[in-house]
Design a protein around this ligand. Structure first.
Ligand code: SF4
Length: 347
């Protein structure tokens, strides 16, 4: 029997973390998750046209379906990371050909942000290859946030794991979003990363949320995981309470020298399916096409927009992997009759 919620789409209420028993028992106990893995997998299993139609219906309820948000990502500190993420060229555990660099100067970052704004970006994301930031970096990091924000851009950072006080310092500087991806399903996680556990990721997400910073959190597809694992990742994201405001969905870009260098490519239809399910289960989130966009081709990107993706990373580089060319992006949006703009959820 199908476990897919019936059409038309009814957005499931967010489950309260705790509920009281009908008998008035004051002791609280957890409720069922808003999206059980089986329900997410049932969506992934739908016939492709049915799935895309449902995703479009949800998308149109909350967003201008023809608008795409442009974000620019700058690597503010590259390489030499002590974590061992199997997909990442920046890990010091792997043999990828990448030159490590120190934290950029504030002026360099602000100059890049100014250029991104002139090129049409609405959000500027700053990424550092760290397990977690050091206290000595915070003066520069918070200054970057203040100065980029003063340009009229939304700010986002990804710096690794954060303690509550670190999250609060970034919030006090005006940080809008913090990116911290769950990467994959909890059951598959140990195949990809061994230097931290899933709960570490969840703890940082909680610290970010508690500080009042919006959450950007997604994952990577095509790392050899099964459809069931993809359902598990989406369920984890959709069951965060509240779910992330931004959900980047990456496609693995296999990099020479990393353990995943020879991973067979994911079927593009499977990638689009996952985008559609992210849209259905997280109706008001910005679903962002991230790494791997360059490899997808224009037709697959168009399908991803149809499936509910409404944000892209825009600019010539995506941390250390290539990103689709800026002009090509503009041409593609024009060919599709779409436009770049702030696509925050409609009230
Ligand atoms: S993904 Fe981030 S945490 Fe993992 S190795 Fe790369 S830079 Fe480090």
């Amino acid at each position: 029997m199908s476990t897919v919620p019936p059409s038309p789409i009814v957005v499931r209420p967010r489950s309260a973390a705790l509920a009281h028993t009908a008998a008035g028992d004051a002791r609280a106990r957890p409720t069922a998750p808003a999206w059980p893995v089986a329900a997410v997998q049932a969506l992934l299993d739908l016939p492709f046209p049915d799935l895309l139609l449902r995703a479009q219906q949800v998308h149109r309820e909350h967003f201008d379906p023809n608008a795409i948000q442009l974000s620019t990502l700058l690597s503010i500190k590259t390489g030499g990371c002590s974590e061992d993420c199997a997909y990442c060229s920046q890990s010091s555990h792997h043999g990828a050909d990448l030159k490590a660099s120190k934290l950029l100067e504030v002026e360099e970052v602000v100059e890049a942000a100014r250029a991104a704004k002139q090129a049409g970006a609405g959000r500027f994301c700053m990424g550092a290859a760290w397990r977690s930031p050091q206290e000595r970096h915070f003066a520069a990091l918070t200054q970057m946030v203040r100065e980029v924000k003063a340009l009229g851009l939304e700010t986002c950072m990804t710096l690794g794991m954060l303690e509550p006080a670190q999250a609060q310092a970034l919030k006090d500087a005006g940080l809008d979003y913090y990116n911290h991806n769950l990467d994959t399903d909890p059951e598959y996680y140990g195949r990809i990363i061994t230097t931290r556990v899933y709960q570490d990721r969840l703890d940082t997400l909680r610290n970010v949320r508690d500080a009042g910073i919006k959450v950007c959190c997604g994952g990577i597809l095509g790392m050899g995981e099964s459809r069931r694992h993809r359902a598990g990742l989406i369920a984890q994201l959709a069951n965060l309470d509240p779910y992330p405001e931004s959900v980047p969905i990456n496609q693995l870009v296999p990099i020479e020298g990393t353990p995943l260098a020879n991973t067979p490519p994911l079927d593009p239809i499977e990638f689009i399916r996952t985008i559609a399910v992210a849209r259905i289960t997280m109706p008001r989130a910005m679903v962002r096409l991230s790494a791997g966009r360059e490899q997808m081709g224009d037709a697959a990107q168009a399908l991803a927009f149809l499936a509910g993706a409404n944000s892209i990373f825009y600019g010539d580089r995506l941390l250390t992997t290539g990103n689709a060319q800026t002009q090509h992006d503009r041409d593609l949006l024009e060919r599709l009759g779409m436009h770049a703009e702030d696509v925050s959820p409609q009230a």
